[in-house]
Ligand binder design. Structure first.
Ligand code: NDP
Ligand code: GDP
Length: 328
C-alpha cells in the first residue's frame, strides 16, 4: 500500500486530493495545524475524516514536519499548505513568506534529512506570472512577475523545489495551477463570495454584493479535476513543471452573471463596487496554456465554468437553507 502525506489537508485541494488518493488505495496522512476551533469541515463534507491520519504540525516549524515525515514514512509528499489568499498577503506579508515560502523549504529539508527518495509535489500558482500584458497566454516558459507578497512567496517555493531537485536529486515537481474552485472553496475567494451571495440574495437574507475589480479575468477550473493532475505528475518517471488550466478566461463580471442567472436574478441589480476590495497591485488577466499537461499527463479540465458555478450556487443554496432551518 502506498503512503502519502498532505500539508494543507484541511484546505480545498487537500480534501479533494485525500479523497482521490484514498480511492486509489493509499494510506493518507495529513499535517494538521493547531487552531482554536476545528478546521476539518471539508474532510467531513467529503466523508473522509475518519479515513485519514492527522498529525499535528505547522509549516513554519521544521521540527514538526520532520516528526510528521518520520511517523508517516510516505512515498509521496504533497505540499498544499499555505497562506493562500492574495488579499491577506499584503496585510500579513511575513506570515505569508513563512508559511507559503519557507514552509516549502522546511518540507524539502525534512525529506532530505529523513529520506531523499520521498517524491515531492509543490503547489505552485499562476499568480507567479502576474498577468502582465506582454504575455496574454501563460505556459511553462512564460517569465514570472509576481504582483503580490503571496506570488513572491510562491515563487521562492517554486524555485527552491527545482533547486533541491538539481542539488540533491530529490523528485520535486511543481504544478503551476490556475485558479480552481469548488463548493469547498474558502468564502474569501471571489467565486465562492459570489455564489454564496447569489444564494443568500435569492433566499432573502442578503441585499447586495460588494466587490472590487470585476474586470479582472481568470482561468477558472474545478478543484476536483485539478487534484488529478497533481497525482499524475507524481507518477511520471521524471519530475517536471506543468501548467494546469482550462485555456479559457472570463471576467469576474461574467462569472457573476452565470451565478445570478442560476437563481433567476439579474446580477447588475445587486453588485456594488467597493474600493475596499481593490488590491494594491492587480493581476488583470490569467489564461493558461495546458498543452503540456495534455500531451505528457493526458490530463485536461473536464468541468466547464458554467457547470462549476452552477454546482457551487446549488451547494450554497442548500447550505443557506440549512442555516435558515437551524435558526428557526
Ligand atoms: P486553502 O486556503 O483552502 O488551504 C490551505 C491549507 O493550508 C489549509 O489546510 C490550511 O490549514 C493550511 N495551512 C495554512 N498555513 C499553514 C501552516 N502554517 N502550517 C500548516 N498548514 C497551514 O488552499 P487551496 O486548497 O485552495 O490551495 C492548495 C494549495 O494550492 C495552496 O498552497 C494554494 O496557495 C495553492 N494554489 C491554489 C490555487 C487555487 O485556485 N485554489 C491556485 C494555485 C495554487 P487551516 O485549515 O488550519 O488554515
Ligand atoms: P486570486 O486570483 O488568487 O487573487 O483569486 P481571488 O478569487 O481572490 O480573486 C480573483 C480576482 O477577483 C482578482 O482579480 C480580484 O481582484 C477580483 N475581485 C474582485 N472583487 C473581489 C472580491 O470582493 N474578493 C476577491 N477575493 N476578489 C475580488
Amino acid at each position: 500500500m502506498k503512503k502519502a502525506i498532505i500539508t494543507g489537508i484541511t484546505g480545498q485541494d487537500g480534501a479533494y486530493l485525500a479523497k482521490l488518493l484514498l480511492g486509489k488505495g493509499y494510506e493518507v496522512y495529513g499535517l494538521l495545524a493547531r487552531r482554536a476551533t476545528a478546521t476539518t469541515w471539508r474532510l467531513e463534507y467529503l466523508e473522509i475524516l475518519d479515513k485519514v491520519k492527522l498529525i499535528e504540525g505547522d509549516l513554519a516549524d521544521i521540527t514538526s514536519i520532520i516528526r510528521a515525515v518520520e511517523e508517516a514514512q510516505p512515498d509521496e509528499f504533497y505540499n498544499l499548505g499555505a497562506q493562500s489568499f492574495v488579499g491577506t498577503s499584503w496585510r500579513q506579508p511575513q506570515l505569508t513568506a513563512q508559511a507559503t515560502g519557507i514552509g516549502a523549504l522546511n518540507c524539502l529539508e525534512a525529506i532530505r534529512i529523513v529520506n531523499p527518495k520521498i517524491k515531492f509535489y509543490q503547489a505552485s500558482t499562476s499568480e507567479m506570472f502576474g498577468g502582465i500584458p506582454e504575455y496574454p497566454i501563460q505556459s511553462e516558459s512564460t517569465p514570472f512577475h509576481p504582483r503580490s507578497p503571496y506570488g513572491v512567496a510562491k515563487l521562492y517555493a517554486h524555485w527552491i523545489t527545482i533547486n533541491y531537485r538539481e542539488s540533491f536529486d530529490i523528485f520535486g515537481c511543481c504544478g503551476i495551477l490556475f485558479n480552481h474552485e469548488s463548493p469547498l472553496r474558502g468564502i474569501e475567494f471571489v467565486t465562492r463570495k459570489v455564489t454564496d451571495a447569489a444564494a443568500r440574495i435569492k433566499l432573502g437574507v442578503q441585499k447586495e454584493l460588494r466587490l472590487g475589480n470585476i474586470d479582472a479575468k481568470r482561468d477558472w477550473g474545478f478543484a476536483g479535476d485539478y487534484v488529478k493532475a497533481m497525482y499524475l505528475m507524481m507518477q511520471q518517471e521524471k519530475p517536471d513543471v506543468y501548467v494546469v488550466a482550462t485555456g479559457r478566461t472570463t471576467t469576474v463580471r461574467d462569472m457573476c452573471k452565470i451565478a445570478f442567472d442560476r437563481v433567476g436574478l439579474n446580477y447588475e441589480n445587486y453588485i456594488v463596487i467597493d474600493p475596499e476590495f481593490y488590491r494594491p497591485a492587480e493581476v488583470d488577466l490569467l489564461l493558461g496554456d495546458p498543452t503540456k499537461a495534455k500531451e505528457k499527463l493526458d490530463w485536461q479540465a473536464e468541468t466547464s465554468l458554467e457547470e462549476l458555478i452552477n454546482m457551487m450556487v446549488d451547494a450554497d443554496i442548500k447550505r443557506v437553507e440549512n442555516e435558515m432551518r437551524r435558526a428557526k
